[in-house]
Design a protein around this ligand. Structure first.
Ligand code: HEM
Length: 414
């Protein structure tokens, strides 16, 4: 018997099917039912603790209490993350690898992200076009931008194929059946291609810009002073390429927001784009939650956490937590006018610190891509929204507007 409080328990043998059915609402539904920001459930045959809220995020990002080793399910590793990448590392090894990513996030390199995004949107929609599928166009724009930014040589006609493979990894990560296998196959192909490229860079058989990720990752040394294995470099390059292309999901939602909240478009034109983008990242669903394991036994708020227990932090739920957000289910960019954020309240891309924690390495890149894109759509082109299904489901992960957002009668205005 324990003297500590019992965690509210989601009764039943396993709740994986409910997770698939309830999608983004799975943790919130139970948190509301138990009137508790912490509860216990069972997923994929094991006990899991679920957390939602700011204080709970603070707990989750405490490196003394949680670790990432073996936190991601194997099927997600084989599609979304890859094996041996930064997401699954801890402590000194994690800090060292994360620094490899964060040294790319300089003002100059972010400025280049903005310039390349602008250029590639202009290339994509250079002439008047009758109809554009925004999601598909965004993936193509971002694939070319990401390959250029990382310094990866490619032929123009190959870009679309690479874009499809990068997309398979995040579009079908949680699927079962043939789509899952397609995602695995895409990852294997992309890793193989990048591994070869890394070997060529090391043997100086290909000319590459030394300032770019391809070169820097290829020659990066681990804490023991050894070069990373080529397949690990490939996994980490995909940790840049894949999520840059995944930003197409937010782009699609940003254009949906331009349709659903037309008064806000005037605000963007008046240079209030940043608040609009932050609200897109808060309001629309993308990553439902993130996972870690208890590093060592500890007590928190009189609840016992046992070493090794899988623990999920609800990112979507925390971004819709009424304790943090006034009218969380309303789209209100002005809430960010005077917003004083801390590392644990606004967490669409994870919380905590960038350098010592697992917060998304590409958060600034994401904001810059969205900024340029929203500027392009609101200031450089005019277009119409034909009739289409603007709805999106809350149980597909990741979800998208049913129609992918189609725009017609596109004219450049500059
Ligand atoms: C589409 C927008 C994006 C979303 C929604 C997103 C979301 C996330 C989330 C939820 C995490 C995990 C946080 C955690 O487990 O605590 C993460 C980690 C990461 N993201 Fe992103 N991300 C996005 C864009 C990017 C971009 C553009 C890049 C790189 C250019 C990137 C690179 C990474 C890396 C390397 C990690 C692992 C960090 C670590 O484990 O220390 N992400 N992202």
């Amino acid at each position: 018997m324990t003297d500590h409080q019992q965690l509210p328990q989601d009764k039943g043998l396993d709740h994986t099917l409910e997770l698939l059915k309830e999608g983004y609402y799975f943790i919130m539904n139970r948190s509301n039912k138990f009137d508790s920001r912490i509860f216990e459930t069972r997923l994929l045959g094991e006990k899991a603790i679920c957390l939602v809220g700011e204080q709970e995020a603070k707990l989750f990002y405490d490196n003394e209490k949680f670790q990432r080793k073996k936190a991601a399910p194997s099927r997600i590793q084989k599609t979304l993350f890859g094996k041996g990448g930064v997401q699954g590392l801890d402590d000194q090894e994690h800090r060292h690898r994360k620094a490899m990513f964060m040294t790319l996030m300089t003002d100059d390199k972010l400025e280049e992200i903005r310039r390349l995004t602008r250029e590639e949107w202009r290339n994509q929609i250079s002439d008047e076009k009758h109809e554009v599928n925004v999601y598909e166009a965004a993936k193509q724009v971002l694939t070319r931008m990401a390959l250029r930014w990382t310094g990866i040589p490619f032929k123009k006609e190959e870009a679309e194929q690479w874009g499809e493979e990068f997309s398979d990894m995040f579009e079908h990560a949680a699927d079962i059946g043939p789509k899952h296998w397609k995602a695995r196959w895409s990852r294997q192909r992309a890793e193989g291609w990048l591994e070869d490229l890394v070997q060529q860079v090391r043997k100086e058989k290909v000319e590459v810009d030394q300032d770019r990720a391809l070169y820097q990752f290829s020659l990066h040394k681990d804490p023991k002073g050894k070069l990373l294995k080529p397949y690990i470099v490939a996994v980490e390059l995909l940790n840049l390429l894949r999520p840059i292309v995944a930003t197409a999901v937010y782009i699609d939602f940003a254009v949906l927001a331009m349709h659903d909240y037309p008064t806000e478009v005037a605000q963007i034109r008046g240079d209030n784009g940043r608040q609009f983008i932050q609200e897109v990242r808060r309001f629309y669903p993308f990553f439902p939650f993130t996972a870690a394991r208890v590093k060592q036994d500890f007590i928190w708020n009189d609840y016992e956490f046992k070493k090794g227990t899988l623990t999920l932090l609800d990112l979507y739920g925390t971004n819709h937590d009424p304790v943090i957000w006034d009218q969380p289910n309303q789209f209100k960019p002005e809430r960010f006018n005077d917003w004083k954020s801390n590392p644990f309240d606004f967490i669409p891309q994870g919380g905590g610190e960038f350098d010592i924690g697992h917060r998304c390495a590409g958060e600034w890149i994401t904001i810059d891509i969205l900024n340029e894109t929203v500027n392009f759509f609101s200031k450089e082109i005019s277009f119409d929204f034909p009739d289409q299904d603007f709805g999106y489901s809350m149980n597909d992960i990741p979800t998208l507007p049913q129609s992918n957002i189609i725009i017609t009668n596109i004219q450049t205005t500059h």
